[in-house]
Design a protein around this ligand. Sequence first.
Ligand code: ADP
Length: 266
Amino acid sequence: NSTSENNFPELKNIKGIKHIIAISSGKGGVGKSTIAVNIACSLAKLGLKTGLLDADIYGPNTPSMLGVTEENPKVTDGSGNDQRLIPINKYGISLVSMGFLIEEGQPVIWRGPMLNSIIKQFLYQVEWNNLDFLVIDLPPGTGDAQISLSQSVPISGAIVVTTPQKVSLQDARRGLAMFKQLGVPLLGVVENMSVFIPPDMPNKKYEIFGKGGGKILAGENNLPLLAQIPIEIELVNDSNKGVPISISEPDKESSIRFKELAQLIK
Ligand code: ADP
C-alpha cells in the first residue's frame, strides 16, 4: 500500500464504489475524453455498473459526447451536506460533469483550493449508488486536479493516453512520473490515433502521426501497451452526434479495441 510509504492523507473509499479508473494524458487533444467515454460505455455493455466522472474542468466534453448537454442533474431531498447530486443516465452509465455546472463558453478560472473542493464534492456528494467502476476523465497535464484526486480516493489504476508522435511523449512521461510519485497504480498506456484506416479502403493503414510512441512510453515504464486505437472518421461523427462509437458502431475497429480494453480492466 503506497499510501503508508508516503506521507499522504488517508485515502477514503467512496461507499458503494468498487474500482476507480483514472484516464489521463500529458496534453489536450489526444483523445482522452473519447477514450474515457468509450471505456465507460464498453464496461456498461459488459453488464458492469459504471459511472463516469468528467473531472476535465477546463474542457468538459463528455455531456456533448453522450448527447446530454441539455440535461440538468437534480439533487436529492434533504438539506446542506445531506444533499447529493443525481447523475444523468445515458447508455447505461451514470454521468457527472463539470459541463452541467458551468455556462457554455465560460472560462473556468478556479484556484487550487476551489478545484480541490469541487473534486471532493464530485466524489462524495454524488448519488453514485453501487458501481463496479467509476471511470474518471481527468484534465490533461499534471496540475491540482490530478493531485487532489490522487490524494482523496484510492485509484485502482490509471491509464495514460498518448498519440504515436514522439513529441507528445515528453508530456506523457511527465504524467506517468506524477502518478508514480503520488503512489497511484498504473494500468498501462493507450495509444490513440495510431493509424488511419480509410473507410473506403479498410485494408489500408496510414501512420499519420508517426509510430511507436505508445510502445516506447510503455516500455520505458515496464507497463503494458493496453491498446492502439485507430483514427476513424465515424469516431468523430458519432461523437459529434452525441453517440459514442462503441454504442453506435460496435463492429468498427476502434469499438472492438474499446471492448477489449473493458475486458482487460474488468
Ligand atoms: P482530449 O480529451 O484528449 O482533449 P478528445 O477526446 O476531446 O481529446 O478528442 C479530441 C478530438 O479528436 C475530438 O474531436 C475527437 O472526436 C477526436 N478523436 C479522438 N480520438 C479519435 C480517433 N481515434 N479517431 C478520430 N478522431 C478522434
